[in-house]
Design a protein around this ligand. Structure first.
Ligand code: TYM
Length: 325
């Protein structure tokens, strides 16, 4: 299967990105044709510091490697280095009704959060994402739940293009993880984990043991004492149980049983230790890759060349069909 996905270089990865997206990527790379992108053109649609972007891009590449992506098994590259992404996004915009873009949940949420920064790029964000996916004849897109709507829009855009101009694009589907499609903030279990919303509610993939302990021990829990999964009545504990289950590979039932009759503090302590142990290898590998900048730049360069060839082939077809060449 042809797979494409990406992450914005907006600072350190958190366990929501890992459980929602990267964990799936690592499994998928073994048996599929995978392309994973560092989507820097998406990162500039919300407030950012231009002086930090190059550092964030490199750190995301390091994080991809530290988390377990293997450059010999998949392609990874920087979005802005393959100009066809921006070019195709423009063309897709010429036949996509504005109403479909205004309806996107992410556009509404981000506009509310940054009322001073409602730019056309933010509105067009899903079209650039559609271009990313469609350029590579992608069949499946492994993402967290928050991105499912954008993949649905991508299908619609592909369908519309194929009908209007003739078949070029494959209609992709989203691949959500069975559990972990939406990891919630530790400080507000009704909102998704996100670094910009609640730094204290978000565990970074490279957090130190002290940070992990502090964040887990101060995670918001619910009234009552029982360690029991109930999303409606116990959203805080349910979120922690989900995280516990994904890192321990035990079922939620098994974990509930393990902590029967025990209190929140004991459960949290055990979860903090589990996370510290599970994330330690990432931390170690990150240090190792950070000192290999030349190697990482070479991987990105090779990725760019491979991606360019594929993207150019699709663009030629698109232009021909649209009468632009
Ligand atoms: P970004 O950087 O916001 O998120 C990267 C990935 O992490 C997932 N994710 C989560 N999953 C579970 N729980 C959470 N709390 C959580 N927070 C984030 C996101 O669903 C995503 O899979 N627009 C994309 C980037 C993108 C892209 C693409 C993805 C650009 N082009 C083409 C796929 C295909 C995004 O949200 O990035």
């Amino acid at each position: 299967m042809k797979i494409f996905s990406g992450i914005r270089p907006t600072g350190e990865l958190h366990i929501g990105n890992y459980l929602g997206a990267i964990k799936q990527w690592i499994e998928l790379q073994e048996k599929n044709e995978c392309i994973f992108c560092i989507v820097d053109l998406h990162a500039v649609t919300t407030p950012y510091k231009s002086g930090e972007l190059q550092k964030n891009i490199l750190e995301l590449a390091v994080a991809y490697l530290a988390a377990g992506l293997k450059p010999e098994k998949c392609v990874f590259f920087i979005q802005s280095e393959v100009k066809e992404h921006a070019e195709l996004a423009w063309l897709l915009g010429t036949f996509t009704p504005l109403g479909e873009l205004y309806r996107m949940t992410q556009f509404k949420e981000k506009s509310k959060k940054h009322p001073e920064y409602i730019n056309a790029g933010l509105l067009n964000y899903p079209l650039l994402m559609a271009a990313d996916i469609l350029l590579y004849q992608t069949e499946a897109v492994p993402v967290g739940l928050d991105q499912q709507q954008h993949v649905e829009l991508t299908r619609e855009v592909a369908r519309r293009f194929n009908k209007k101009f003739g078949k070029v694009f494959v209609e992709p589907k989203s691949l959500l993880p069975n559990v972990g499609e939406k990891i919630m903030s530790l400080q507000n279990p009704k909102k998704k984990m996100s670094k910009t919303d609640h730094p204290q509610g978000c565990i970074g993939l490279f957090d130190t043991p002290e940070e992990i302990k502090k964040k887990i021990m101060s995670a918001v829990t619910d009234t009552g004492k029982q360690i029991r999964y109930d999303e409606k009545k116990k959203p805080g504990i349910s979120n922690l149980l989900t995280i516990y289950s994904l890192f321990s590979e035990k079922t939620i039932k098994e974990i509930e049983k393990k902590f029967e009759g025990k209190g929140y503090a004991e459960f949290k302590k055990s979860l903090a230790n589990l996370l510290i142990d599970s994330l330690a290898p990432f931390q170690r590998k990150k240090q190792e890759f950070l000192s290999r900048e030349v190697y990482i730049k070479e991987i990105l360069e090779q990725g760019k060349r491979k991606a360019q060839i594929l993207a150019q082939t699709t663009m030629q077809e698109v232009k021909k069909k649209m009468g632009l060449s």
